[in-house]
Design a protein around this ligand. Structure first.
Ligand code: GLU
Length: 495
């Protein structure tokens, strides 16, 4: 084990955002590559944003994706929240005493101060700053209250928050793994609220304290936190701690180069799962949003990602989330699955569409696998299976286009139908052996060959001009299925 310790620290706001999964994935890849530890910490000190079951949902999404942590918050077999690791608790609302103690230290050392300003006063200050185009920040009204005044107002029960006392005019610098050297003057940094009037710490205090106590070596997070980092660097200085290495990831953008948000479609990992992205496909694609591997390999397994991943090749600019590319990557992973795995993954979609019953799933398993093997090359997401497999679940031949319909009405069709029916009469059931010479024999009987044989045959059986290998389609549909379709065409199109 190396001493590398990284953490994913989501706030349980309801669901896992796809950008959050990417952060978790990079944490995971980095820790695994270096033999370090990856920790899941829950940042739930903002009670306004609290959502029931969100923690469970988060963990389930991470587990589904295979981005599983070594330490922190887990679900046990009964689906209850449990914590594992030497650095717990890993849920911030269970660490309030720790934050309080650290806050007191900051107040004692003069690095933090109580602020009694009312919401109305702060709003007036902000309005003034807006009107005069000044930087929006706390104006320092309570920075220098005397000890007596503070005690008096506290004793009188006045509400207050505690703020970080930023020093005057010093440069705060740090080296971000992706952003490089960052330097900000303390005058441009707000006196951040560290404890709210409800007694809960803000994210800033809690995260800095926890990153230190949990011995986090690398803080990997979205670039929206870059502006807060000088406060975190300074907080570390106030405590006399060495700050972790910061790694700010580019934002995941949509095609319009805006932050990927719920208004523009799916963002929750659960939505992608429901649509039928495989975990392998989604993870592979997400890794590439922001990171570009050396060489031109695009399809990676998790182990290959672990070996190849490099923060040095993560771009500063936002990564565009391109659904077409995701679909392509996902399709490649679907092709790599065994037919049995793919059948398991497709089964819920077939069930939901009513194409197959729960009993048939087991009773007709070999048949179903054969069916799935004919669509494996033709689906990008698992839910595509419903449309692709539809032709097997109806014996009515519905021409896909007018062109197909015209073809079904041509002169040669009745001859073809009779030849096929006669061939089918010679056997009990269609198998691969029978299909080997089938079209040769039909060619002999009808004189049709090449395109003139295959196109109408496919049209008669599937109503389509393109699709899976015909021999496989015949085997899956079976003798009765083919006969019924041929008769259907005969009755509906050839008279
Ligand atoms: N709780 C923060 C969030 O949900 C985490 C930021 C960080 O990783 O420091 O974005």
């Amino acid at each position: 084990m190396s001493n590398v310790r990284v953490r994913f620290a989501p706030s349980p706001t309801g669901y896992l955002h796809i950008g959050g999964l990417r952060t978790a994935l990079y944490d995971y890849l980095y820790a695994k590559q270096l033999g370090g530890a990856y920790i899941l910490r829950i940042e739930d000190t903002d009670r306004n944003r609290f959502v029931d079951d969100a923690m469970k949902n988060l963990i389930e999404s991470l587990e589904w994706a295979g981005v599983v942590h070594d330490e922190g918050v887990f679900l046990n077999e009964a689906g209850e929240i449990v914590q594992k690791g030497e650095y717990g608790p890993y849920i911030q609302s269970e660490r309030l005493d720790i934050y309080k103690e650290h806050l007191d230290r900051l107040i004692q050392s003069g690095h933090a101060y109580p602020c009694f300003c009312s919401k109305e006063r702060l709003e007036t200050v902000r309005e003034h700053q807006r009107a005069t185009n000044e930087m929006m920040k706390y104006d320092g009204h309570c920075r220098n209250l005397s000890k007596e005044e503070v005690e008096k107002r506290m004793a009188a029960g006045e509400e207050y928050v505690v703020r970080l006392k930023m020093p005057v005019n010093v440069d705060i610098t740090f080296d971000d793994t992706i952003r490089g050297h960052v330097s900000i003057n303390s005058d441009d940094v707000d006196d951040q609220v560290l404890m709210k009037s409800d007694g809960f710490p803000t994210y800033h205090l809690a995260a800095v304290v926890d990153d230190y106590l949990m011995e986090i070596t690398h803080v990997v997070r979205g670039e929206e936190w870059l502006v807060s980092t000088p406060k975190h660097i300074y907080l570390n200085q106030c405590f006399g701690w060495e700050a972790p290495q910061y790694v700010h990831l580019p934002t995941v953008l949509n095609k319009e180069k805006k932050k990927l948000s719920k208004r523009h479609g799916d963002v929750a990992v659960g939505d992608f799962k429901k649509k039928g992205y495989t975990k392998e496909g989604l993870i592979n694609y997400l890794a590439l949003v922001g990171w570009s591997p050396e060489g031109d390999q695009e399809i990676f397994s998790m182990d290959e990602l672990i070996a190849a991943f490099d923060f040095g090749r993560v771009a500063k600019a936002g990564g565009v989330f391109d659904v077409d590319k995701l679909n392509w990557v996902n399709a490649q992973h679907i092709r790599q699955l065994s037919v049995s795995e793919l059948t398991d993954l497709c089964a819920p979609y077939l069930l939901e569409a009513g194409q197959i019953s729960a009993a048939e799933l087991t009773e007709r398993r070999p048949w179903l696998e054969r069916l799935i093997s004919t669509v494996q090359e033709r689906i990008e997401v698992l839910s595509d299976v419903v449309e692709r497999a539809a032709l097997y679940f109806t014996e009515e031949v519905i021409p896909e286009t007018e062109e197909v319909e015209t073809m079904l009405r041509t002169e040669g069709i009745p001859v073809l139908i009779e030849a096929m029916l006669a061939e089918l009469d010679t056997i009990e059931e269609i198998d691969d052996e029978f299909m080997k010479g089938f079209f040769k024999r039909i060619q002999k009987a009808t004189g049709l060959k090449g395109k003139n044989l295959y196109m109408p045959s496919r049209a008669m059986i599937t109503g389509q001009l393109h699709g899976p290998d015909m021999a496989a389609v015949f085997v899956v549909m079976g003798k009765a299925g083919i006969q019924n379709r041929l008769i259907y065409v005969k009755e509906n199109f050839t008279k």
